[in-house]
Design a protein around this ligand. Structure first.
Ligand code: ATP
Length: 364
């Protein structure tokens, strides 16, 4: 028997922190401060990947970068990428899509939760009415950059953009949705027991047929979970008409991108939305749903709550449910007391809102 092993304290979770560009550099330090205030047992290492580094030495991702992240870290906390000085956005593509694709983080998990009725633009909607999750396929679809342009700049120009859907890719995200129901409850403690697959199979018939067939097949293995379907256009309308009807939504990469911006609107805007890029059993990456927001970058205006809730999601994923719950409760309290940035009606700056939440967390 290995007695040494038995007496060893559990190893601290190692987190790679990549603030990136624009408001990513402002909101991530707040998320880090709040994690530390919550007493999360983590080892943090910060990386300077982003536009500044790229403009300085032309490096987007250092050699061996993704392998290093997968090998040396338990999770990655990311801010945002995108900078007007890098017109091609090449660094954003190589870093962010690189992490998703090369680390095979196939499930983009985007919880949609309303913390306070005042944040929702819909009339008569209470927090319990907006509590669903969108699972976006994260490694395929139109993001693979397959396609091309012919006869560019001529009147005969042709542009094609391929939508790549593999049997393996579709099946694993659909299965993830059913498994997600089994592992999660709603905020009020009731079970998650409905999976809705969203597509546009009436127009995109080839890809749609694959999604339809796989969904039917996989849902058959989970008879206790209700399987539903909606076209993406209908889903957009229903989401603003009655968000109560949704539980777990699974969809492809592009529809997931679009409907989660719409869903963020139900939560109080992009500044409130969190996400995880997950491959079960592998190093996963967590990032707020918003981008680098150049118009407000550097002004201490960005809402840090999306990044803070993202950090909580990461801690929960790493088994630190108590710390995660403390952080979520503190953000909720900040929203209730209007200790927030202007985008959601408060008077505070990014740093001050982060500070308030950190302070609240450290007193709970
Ligand atoms: P990307 O394509 O990188 O996701 P995007 O084009 O969707 O980016 P964002 O950078 O996310 O755009 O932001 C769009 C606008 O939303 C911003 O200019 C800003 O007004 C608002 N916004 C986004 N994030 C925040 C935030 N954290 N706090 C306040 N406002 C925000």
């Amino acid at each position: 028997m290995d007695s040494k092993k038995e007496t060893q304290a559990p190893r601290k979770k190692r987190i790679a922190v990549i603030p990136g560009d624009g408001i990513g550099q402002e909101v991530v330090p707040q998320a880090v401060k709040v994690m530390q205030a919550a007493g999360a047992d983590v080892d943090l290492t910060t990386f300077d990947w982003g536009a500044d580094r790229y403009l300085r030495d032309q490096v987007t991702v250092p050699a061996d970068g993704f392998a290093m992240l997968g090998r040396d870290f338990d999770a990655i906390l990311v801010g945002a990428f995108g900078d007007p000085r890098v017109k091609t956005n090449i660094h954003a593509k190589e870093i962010l899509l690189g992490m998703r694709f090369k680390m095979d983080l196939y499930a983009n998990v985007r919880p949609v939760r309303l913390l306070d009725a005042a944040l929702c633009p819909l009339k008569g909607v209470e927090p319990k009415d907006v509590d669903f999750v969108v699972l976006r396929e994260n490694t395929e679809g139109v993001y693979t950059d397959a396609g091309g342009v012919f006869k560019q700049g001529t009147p005969d120009e042709i542009a094609t953009q391929e939508d790549i859907n593999t049997r393996k890719g579709v099946e694993r995200i659909i299965r993830y949705a059913f498994e997600y129901c089994e592992r999660h409850t709603k905020l009020d403690g009731s079970p998650r027991n409905r999976v809705l697959m969203c597509d546009k199979s009436n127009a995109m018939t080839h890809a749609g047929s694959l999604w339809q067939r796989v969904f039917k097949e996989v849902s058959g293995e989970y008879p206790q979970i209700t399987a539903q379907h909606m076209y993406v256009d209908a889903l957009c309308m229903q989401m603003v008409r009655d968000p109560r009807q949704f539980d777990v939504i699974v969809t492809n990469n592009m529809f997931g991108d679009i409907i989660t911006d719409l869903a963020a609107g139900l939560q109080g805007g992009l500044g409130m939305a969190a996400s995880g890029n997950i491959h079960p059993g592998k190093t996963s990456m967590f990032e707020p749903v918003h981008g680098s927001a150049p118009p407000i970058a550097g002004k201490n205006m960005a809402n840090p709550f999306g990044a803070i809730l993202t950090a909580a999601m990461m801690l929960a994923h790493l088994g630190m449910a108590v710390e995660a719950a403390k952080i979520e409760a503190a953000v909720l309290e900040a929203v209730r007391q209007k200790k927030t940035t202007q985008d959601i009606g408060g008077p505070l700056g990014t740093r001050e809102a982060g500070e308030w939440v950190a302070n609240q967390v450290s007193h709970t």
